[in-house]
Design a protein. Structure first.
Lengths: 330, 291
């Protein structure tokens, strides 16, 4: 990714701006093309399937900010996601804000939770952080099950309008929202990756002690990554109640989400922003097809097997595999 | 919430009995995670596999569940050794055990769980044995046999492992590898071989505790997830490498869960282990009997 020949700083900055603009243009054109293609399918199902895949792109990218860049495995993805889901449910039952205002609020709540949990556990070894995130998710699940206002274990219905002005059907609107969230997550991840923060995270991933000795403020960086990652996971959860219209703890804290958000970046490659996107697009599509044609249990088995095979055979994921192969060709 | 003395006493007794079962469940994690530094989050999945082995032999051939799994510990030990050998070559040797190793066991947990779902379905399964059902009554305290048997077997397993580690040559080598693998290498031991044996032992205990679980309650494949928090909470609370600490921590968790279930309802009990874990990590990460 880094330019190999030395270049003046001005040229580098200009190069970066051009690349960012190009990326933005590609996203805009690509998004419109996808919308157009989905319109041709003629049913709402196409939008819902696209929503699911885009949701995985956003989740995988968000997880990767902490898990891939800093090397801290967050098993509590479902917990953060559910915080977003239930923030959205609470707003729906009380203030009735439109979805677009709920998403930032869900991000703030989930981000603060991430920050708090980071304070508790990030001073310890990485493994303890991973187990604590798992704990966090189960504690939240128990709280929700026992909280009848948000439906408890029975669940709650969320009714959305049949259509949205300008967007047509509500499914179409939801897909656009998720597309924006996915692209936004990728842009944030890309920004972090290319910044001093990203370099610091990469340094502490390689050797935390050495990074600290070299003056990297490791705790602050880890807290930053946990907060941003948590906030994005929460934001992705916010539209979910409107997507499935019936929320219960099983669907909000679903294992599918936790497994996929971890498997997709690891299969795609964790070092760069492209890895989670590739992993999510591939696995998301594969699962959509497998769920429809075979069964959902089997499609989950596929994810598990692929995860184990990839981390054993290609530990740097698809992106790392391609990079190694291209270097060999030279 | 109704508070009465006999309810309280019964809850404490049930908690201690449950704690005996928990120490059989957690001893494998104390060995694998505490001593060998292998974060085997698939451990509860192996427990469920053990439960279904007991179910299969009990429902098809009428074999006693605990006996079936006691026999199954031999192949389980070999599977554990193979698994460690694979893990060592794929991750430990490359020095990538932290991120990739964790994800590997996560994937493995998933494969075992979905494999059990595809084989046995998602219905609750149970076993039949003479000691499931009757209870002993002493005054107002009742002791169900279905909890007493796991207590005895659980304490027996942990006691046996304590004796094994302190008396035998291999056992002492396992303690040595947990303290300082490099020093073991310097005196001519092979840490990989020793860790392989210890990990096999850990998996064998998981299979055996699966039989105890299905004696206590009907099981279904996803039940294993509830045990992830419990085993790690016990290992951390007990001080990671200490087996007496594991027993003590199991009892604490058992009583805490039992009291919660009795006075607040069973829907709160999953949070007890994790709450205990979070508090321990925040307040005293070294555990109660830790160094």
């Amino acid at each position: 990714m880094k330019p190999s020949s030395p270049r003046s700083l001005g040229a580098q900055a200009r190069h970066k701006t051009v690349r960012a603009l190009a990326a933005f243009a590609i996203c805009a054109v690509g998004g419109t093309a996808v919308m157009f293609a989905l319109d041709q399918a003629g049913t709402d199902y196409a939008f819902l399937a696209a929503y699911t895949i885009l949701q995985f792109v956003a989740l995988a990218t968000a997880w990767n900010i902490l898990g891939g860049y800093a090397g801290y495995v967050n098993f509590g993805v479902a917990g953060f996601f559910a915080v977003g889901v239930y923030t959205s449910v609470i707003i729906y039952k009380t203030l009735q804000w439109p979805l677009l205002f709920t998403i930032p609020l869900a991000a703030v709540v989930a981000g603060l939770l991430g920050l708090g949990m980071g304070y508790l556990t990030l001073r310890l070894r990485g493994v303890f952080f991973s187990i604590a995130t798992l704990a966090f998710s189960v504690v939240l699940n128990t709280l929700v099950v026992n909280w009848s206002f948000v439906g408890g274990s029975r669940g709650v219905y969320v009714i959305h309008p049949a259509s949205m002005a300008f967007f047509g059907s509500y499914a179409r609107y939801l897909m656009v929202v998720m597309l924006i969230l996915a692209v936004g997550s990728v842009l944030i991840a890309r920004m972090i990756e290319n910044s001093r923060i990203g370099n610091g995270l990469a340094a502490l991933k390689d050797d935390e002690m050495a990074a600290e000795c070299a003056g990297v403020p490791s705790l602050r960086l880890k807290l930053f990554a946990t907060t941003v990652s948590g906030a994005l996971l929460g934001a992705v959860g916010a539209p979910f109640p409107y997507f499935i219209t019936y929320v219960d703890p099983t669907s909000a804290f679903s294992l599918t989400i936790a497994v996929n958000a971890i498997a997709m970046p690891l299969i795609g490659g964790t070092a760069t922003w492209t890895g989670p996107v590739i992993g999510a697009l591939l696995l998301g599509t594969l699962q959509q097809v497998a769920t429809v044609t075979i069964s959902s249990a089997l499609s989950l088995l596929i994810v598990g097997v692929l995860l184990v095979v990839f981390i054993t055979v290609a530990p740097n994921g698809i992106v790392g595999f391609i990079r190694d192969w291209r270097e060999k060709q030279k | 919430m109704i508070f009465s003395l006999d309810l309280f006493c019964n809850a404490v007794v049930a908690g201690v009995l449950l704690g005996g079962f928990y120490c059989a469940v957690a001893v494998g994690i104390t060995i694998a995670f505490g001593m060998l530094d292998i974060v085997n989050i698939a451990h509860p999945a192996f427990i469920m596999a053990g439960g279904f082995i007991a179910y299969y032999f009990n429902s098809n051939f009428g074999v006693d569940p605990v006996l079936a799994c006691a026999i199954a510990t031999v192949p389980a030990y070999l599977v554990g050794r193979l698994l460690y050998r694979f893990y060592h070559h794929a991750f430990e040797k490359r020095g990538e055990e932290s991120l990739q190793g964790l994800a590997f066991f996560f994937g493995l947990m998933f494969i075992i769980e979905v494999g059990l779902v595809l084989t046995f379905g998602v219905d609750f399964r149970f076993v039949e044995a003479a000691y499931i059902g009757p209870t002993i009554s002493i005054g107002f305290i009742s002791i169900p046999w279905r909890l007493l048997v796991p207590l005895v077997v659980g304490l027996g397993v942990v006691g046996g492992i304590i004796v094994f580690l302190s008396r035998t040559f291999i056992g002492k080598a396992i303690l040595a590898v947990s303290q300082d693998p490099l020093a073991l290498r310097l005196v001519g031991g092979n840490p990989v071989k020793v860790k392989e044996i210890a990990f096999g032992l850990a998996i064998a205990t998981a299979i055996l505790s699966g039989a105890l679980l299905i004696v206590i309650q009907p099981i279904e494949p996803s039940l294993g997830r509830d045990f992830i928090g419990r085993v790690f909470a016990i290992a951390v609370l007990g001080g990671m490498t200490s087996l007496p600490g594991t027993i003590l921590a199991s009892m604490i968790l058992g009583v805490a869960e039992s009291l919660t279930t009795t006075f607040f309802g069973p829907s709160w009990s999953p949070a007890v282990a994790f709450g205990l874990l979070l508090v321990t990590l925040a307040v005293r990460p070294a555990g109660i009997l830790g160094r």
